[in-house]
Design a protein around this ligand. Structure first.
Ligand code: BGC
Length: 431
């Protein structure tokens, strides 16, 4: 055995509705694509056609042996117009959840993952003063409909990436470049999490579930910020500043309700504990020499130029456990890499899981991003993150070598010498 998987660590994958489902024209990303704003000219209306092929996808997951699956539901399908809920969309998701459970896969449901219904977007989206309340009406309906069969929830995925890209850098819809828009949306999303956390618990208790049966959290994109030159005071300052603006303030607000600029306190947000686990989406380290993102030059990079730096996940897990309590489990709600030819993904998985398994942090779940290749937002279909290859033309799914390694790891609860020789040895990083 090359390494034995950490005792009790559950493995699965994560996806988001807009990135895999296809077909829905009623969300801001479909419109953005229609306006020709996606780099490779593709649209989420194609994606993986998962809305029709979900059974086949769950079957592949079950064959791989996955124990857990984090997925999203498309708000604009469920609530195509404000306060009009589509029963058939709700029934669709319920059927899919029941199916995955029948295959032994534990669902984790994400309520918001970057995309908005057009009616919501056109009311100002997350900048709207009432956005948290509006989102809550949707959550309420979802819990009514499937709260009895889902125990694990992510309220909101990566408010930091959503707000930064959409409202500050202006490279995602709604393409704004405004600090005040960024602050408004950031604050409303933090409030929405706090309110949804309470709502889900309240409703599940009413359904007769014990409090500890419900696990609610959120998934922020967390990075390591390193000054490019540690002796340079400006680099050091920039690294701390970027870290604070991107992740520290929002993570604190969503965990505890304690709001500090750039997160403003919204009505109804009180100090408390708004998490049942510590969720981390981790991809890379930023090497900083000014108020912008950068990657270390002399290092391995993925196909989007992101540094491959596995230790960062362990550092963050330890840091967050220390701050928010070791009594809470850590869930890696996303981790993965863009590797368009599956040249180094097997090694990436090997390195990350062996590191998790060696350390004594409380990581209990690992959701690899992602299951199949899928619609990677602004990069469209050009960036591949899946352990299952997708031919977009034919919609054929083929398990990659990295996916076979993942299956082997789950089956043997570690990496055997044979698996190492077969999958990891030929897999090589690029500079
Ligand atoms: C997001 C995913 C995205 C992934 C890879 C995360 O920031 O939650 O939607 O596909 O990173 O870029």
């Amino acid at each position: 055995m090359r390494f034995k998987l950490k005792d009790g660590l559950l493995l699965g994958t994560a996806t988001a509705a807009t990135q895999i489902e296809g077909g829905d024209e009623n969300n801001n990303w479909a419109r953005f694509a229609k306006e020709g704003r996606v780099d490779d000219g593709t649209s989420p209306t194609r994606a993986c056609d998962h809305y029709n092929r979900w059974r086949e996808d769950i079957d592949i997951m079950a064959d791989i042996g996955m124990q857990i699956y984090r997925f999203g539901i498309e708000w604009s399908r469920i609530e195509p117009e404000q306060y009009r809920f589509d029963e058939s969309a709700l029934a669709h998701y319920r059927e899919e959840i029941e199916y995955m459970k029948s295959k032994g896969i534990r669902p984790m449901l994400t309520l918001h993952h970057f995309s908005n219904p057009l009616w919501f977007e056109d009311m100002g989206g997350w900048e709207n003063k009432r956005s948290a309340e509006i989102f809550l009406a949707f959550c309420d309906k979802v819990i009514d409909y499937m709260g009895d069969i889902v125990d694990d929830y992510i309220t909101i995925n990566e408010p930091n990436v959503y707000c930064l890209n959409g409202l500050f850098y202006g490279i995602w819809p709604p393409e704004k470049k405004s600090l005040s828009s960024f602050v408004k949306a950031f604050s409303n999303m933090a409030a929405a999490h706090v309110m949804a956390y309470q709502l889900i618990h309240k409703k599940r208790l009413k359904m007769g579930k014990k409090r500890e049966e419900t696990l609610v959290g959120f998934a922020n994109h967390l990075r390591i910020f390193e000054p490019e030159n540690k002796k340079n005071i400006f680099h050091r300052f920039s690294a701390r500043f970027m870290e604070y603006m991107f992740q520290t303030a929002i993570t604190e607000a969503m965990h505890t309700g304690k709001c500090r600029f750039p997160v403003l306190r919204r009505k109804g947000v009180r100090r408390g504990k708004y998490y049942d686990f510590i969720g981390i989406n981790y991809y890379s380290r930023s090497t900083v020499s000014g108020i912008a993102d950068g990657a270390k030059a002399d290092a391995y990079h993925n196909d989007l130029g992101w540094e491959i730096y596995h230790e960062g996940l362990i550092t963050l897990a330890n840091r967050l456990s220390q701050k928010y309590g070791r009594e809470y489990p850590v869930f890696v709600t996303e981790n993965g890499t863009c590797d368009n030819t599956d040249a180094f993904r097997a090694r990436f998985i090997y390195d990350q899981l062996s590191l998790i398994s060696e350390t004594d942090n409380r990581i209990e779940r690992y959701y690899h991003w992602s299951f199949t290749d899928n619609f990677e937002w602004r990069e469209g279909e050009a960036a591949r993150f899946g352990i299952v290859h997708l031919d977009y033309e034919t919609q054929k799914r083929t398990v990659k070598e990295s996916g076979k390694l993942y299956a082997d790891i789950i089956k043997n609860q570690g990496v055997t010498d044979e698996a190492y020789t077969k999958y990891v040895e030929p897999s090589k990083y690029k500079k």
